[in-house]
Design a protein around this ligand. Sequence first.
Ligand code: SPV
Ligand code: MG
Length: 297
Amino acid sequence: MRKTTQLRNLITSKELEVIMEAHNALSAKIVEEAGFKGIWASGLSISAAMGVRDNNEASWTQILEVLEFMSDATSIPILLDGDTGYGNFNNARRLVKKLEQRQIAGVCIEDKLFPKTNSFIRGETQPLASIDEFCGKIRAMKDTQTDDDFVVVARVEAFIAGWGLREALRRAEAYRQAGADAILIHSKRADFEEIEAFMKEWGGRHPVVIVPTKYYRTPTARFREAGISMAIWANHNLRAAIAAMQQITSRLYREETLLHAESCVAPLEEVFRLQGAEELAEAERKYLPSGLNGDRP
Ligand code: SPV
Ligand code: MG
């Protein structure tokens, strides 16, 4: 099944679906192997892995290069965190064209201004896009896609900016009418209450996606009860990698020996397996004349 169709099915299914963050091909592959049905290509994680801030410091073509490796390495759909679409409607529609060429299944855009800032950094101070401008961007993206199943998710930042429930609903409804396939309603609160209030008023009009990073204590059953379509574990591979790398690096620095490190890290064979070394060995048996390592006289 096409990756776009897979993602559309996840978004529109009656069940709660959960997708997980990846920030490069290796983490994307790990997400697929764990059993997840989709990948969140997180702007925060990809930028952090590049050593830059989540402020569009990495160019959108640099993000595309990472995505291409992620897409090549996996068979489950990738939903790109496309920030604001990297500019106006024109940049956003060109992004859609380039994503489709790389078999990226969908993109989420947020109603902020380019260059954006991560929602958890001084959210209240962040300006929001005008509703009309953002709706034009959504329409341009939907008009550009050539695969009907390509998914455009519109992310509402009204709660992040402190604009309240009424504004969140107004924006979500406008984005639905502009053609978005789902609404991502974001919150920085430690509880689920503002999202729950939104869901009550929303009344199942259109699929809703959430990112429970800050309200991680909320049991997943409550997301189901509220009628959420998709939850995103948005940055946990990056944060796991940071913790693991800091631990092993400081230990190796202190101990000046590899003696105790070996049991704390993945075996080298696991690295080769994840890279697909076995497939290359098979291909060599098929395509390389046996015993030849270059011509010798
Ligand atoms: C991301 O993963 O980059 C997101 C989610 O956009 S958040 O960091 O919560 O804004
Ligand atoms: Mg982001």
